[in-house]
Write a protein that binds this ligand. Sequence first.
Ligand SMILES: Cc1cc2nc3c(=O)[nH]c(=O)nc-3n(C[C@H](O)[C@H](O)[C@H](O)COP(=O)(O)OP(=O)(O)OC[C@H]3O[C@@H](n4cnc5c(N)ncnc54)[C@H](O)[C@@H]3O)c2cc1C
Length: 482
Amino acid sequence: MFDYIIIGAGIIGSMVARELSKYECKVLVVEKENDVANVQTLANSAIIHAAYNPEPGSLKAILNIKGNYMYDQLEKELDIPILRCGAYVVAYNEIEENELDRLADIAAQNGVPEFSVLSYSEAFKKEPNLSSNVTKVLSLPTTKVTYPWEVAFAAMENAIKNGVNLKLNYQVTGIKKTNDYFEVEINNQDIINSKYLINAAGVSSDDIAKLIEKQPKFLIKGRKGEYFVIDRRYGDFVNHVIYPLPTEAGKGVLVTPQVHGEVLLGPNSIWVDDKNHPTTTFEGLKYVKDHSKTLINNIPYDRIIRSFAGVRASSNHEDFYIKESEEVKGLYHLGGIESPGLSAAPAIAEYLVNEIMQVNNKYELNKSYNPIRKKPIPYYDLDENKQKELYAANNLYGRIICKCERITEKEIIDAIHGTLGSSTIKGIKKRTRAGAGLCQGGYCEEKVMKIIARELNVSPLEVAYDKKESKLFTSETKVVKK
Ligand SMILES: Cc1cc2nc3c(=O)[nH]c(=O)nc-3n(C[C@H](O)[C@H](O)[C@H](O)COP(=O)(O)OP(=O)(O)OC[C@H]3O[C@@H](n4cnc5c(N)ncnc54)[C@H](O)[C@@H]3O)c2cc1C
């Protein structure tokens, strides 16, 4: 019997797991995918917003501000990358300038620690490609960018080190509650029991509620966003996150520098019925292209290396829905965690666990809790002496598998066998960046596939790109043998 089962290992489930690992309780995270952070947490803008537009007093505002501040501490504890680039929200005419002033007022009410309104010429000095149609700018220096799935990995790895259990490929298909515990059905067959249940299932959180509640109090409607990625070698045309003014459809198409140097263009905002299979479209990407060029000049569209889409977990509530179920005691919902969900994630986890522990105050603090997680430094970021030392100990550091990102065979092997190891090509990409560069895996995917097969002692034909049905090869070829 577990004390807590958390459904979903996105950034929210991972942060909640880490927060619960501070207590002496038995926690299990169940995730339907074969990796952590494979849904919303994989496909977003990666921005830790400054809280310039959520409604003052809302959970979105309170937890965004707190989360933004908490990332500074997490950077030290979890060794996660943060780019402190700041942001500019731009206005194009007098009406929009009034709206910009209103946003500055909201930022003040929300307690954003630093912000200022700049003239075009002031902003231009720091952002030389800013469109000359811009008339005024709201500058938000506390806006940061991170690497969202690495944050989720880091939190989950740290939670596991502190005693949390994680089961991948575990889809919750049924929930019952007897007098004092939950029976959670996995993959339509096994049953696991827990005293409490935490629903962190992202776009599917309303489907989880429907498994046990007669009248769920929130509904999720998917809102798709599509993006272009610009090669990191051509990312220096922009220095800040550039936002247009927000509208009812969200924060709009942005230009966003990334921690490894790429730049994201997007997202658009399209309501979708299918919450689980986001795809890019010609029209969607054209919209992104047309709107990004109104913000910044000299965007190198000929250096786009990838496009992708994600679906936001928008709900019928304006605010995050973070509450114990009104129908089923002991079931806690984290519903409608759309933007600024990444920014607020650490604060959401702290808020929920504080609420829970106020009621269930029987759990002692975990005296051996260690907040620190260390990430190996990429081989090619080390100084020459350290590289020579590592190579002398293991010559697989001398075999570069991903030439674009300079990732060695030894680093790939370590990622396969790590605390949160992976057996898929995409999993290795998320952990090491092998395949994240200019050629997008054209050169290294087959090599990574063979290393995974060798290390896990399976046929290369069994190795999947991502989901288990996404095998690269269906039968033997001259170079790929069983
Ligand atoms: C296009 C877009 C742009 C965004 N930009 C930003 C941004 O710049 N800044 C920001 O702060 N926020 C942003 N967000 C929001 C942010 O990405 C989300 O709020 C955050 O990732 C939500 O995390 P999550 O863990 O709730 O959801 P997810 O990452 O989706 O995790 C939920 C998990 O639950 C699992 N699950 C679902 N059903 C089951 C089941 N039955 N059994 C077991 N597991 C299950 C899923 O597989 C998934 O892994 C953006 C979102 C999108 C889509």
